[in-house]
Design a protein around this ligand. Sequence first.
Ligand code: PSU
Ligand code: MN
Length: 313
Amino acid sequence: MPFSAAAAAADRYLLLAPTVRDALAEGRPLVALESTVIAHGLPYPTNIETALAMEEAVREEGAVPATIAIRAGRIMVGLDRAALEELATAQDVLKVSRRDLAFALASRRLGATTVSGTMLCAHLAGIRFFATGGIGGVHRGGESTLDISADLMELSRTPVLVVCAGAKAILDLPRTLEYLETQGVPVLGWQTDEFPAFYTPRSGLRLQQRVDDEVQAATIARTHWECGLAGLLVCSPVPAEAALPAEQVEAAITAALARAEAQGISGAALTPFLLGQIAETTGGASLRANCALLLNNARVAARIARAYCAVSG
Ligand code: PSU
Ligand code: MN
């Protein structure tokens, strides 16, 4: 089935919140938000507090938030507080990337969408902008394990702009950038010439393309999509006051990777495991950085979404 027909069929599974439906109908700016960070990325109650604060940040910048998750056989676009609470507290929430979408829907289980799952669902709903924390990437050792996040491939096939703070140094950052280049994904530095490394603003890896404001970003996105191309990544560094010292991050990551290897953790469980270990080792400092960059990215995405509405008239 051609993609457009598949998308029309998938429409049946969408359940849009009234605020989202109205904004789509009126052509107002929307920002999609993921739910894996709520269910698997952050501990309770930081997860629910951050989810609510991100939605508020999007509203403050004049856009409509649409947090996405899978529930009772539907793709929920725009969650109320009770649904957010459920994701933040429930056990056994599925982690839903592209691979898992049909299983999650057909089994009617509760599912939290990753970057790839959220992009796919946002696109089905007609939302073009999405804020997250860090994207998945090529894992260290990925050249032999082939553990490469589905997020990277999704960016190459789905026309959504993703605002992130780069990718964590738990990953192989140079190979992550190589993979994005191979897949034809623009990686735009937001007021920076370097690929940010999530907890730290710098990775030492230079980016070829930089934008300094939302009009530039929105104009590039519009041009990209007018040319029939797919996803874009905008990389906004963690705010300086919340950044962690690079040595502290590297030590925490080295310890986390060693523990993952010793315990034989792999596949979809690896990223949540590493994140939990790092939060423990850094005594919560990594959580504060994580929340600060999530809020910042929500604001940047909302500003770009608004500018896009203006430039596409
Ligand atoms: N990076 C983070 N926090 C997260 C994730 C990534 O800093 O919670 C989540 C995102 O939802 C991302 C997913 O899409 O992990 C990637 O998982 P994997 O590496 O299994 O593809
Ligand atoms: Mn993986």
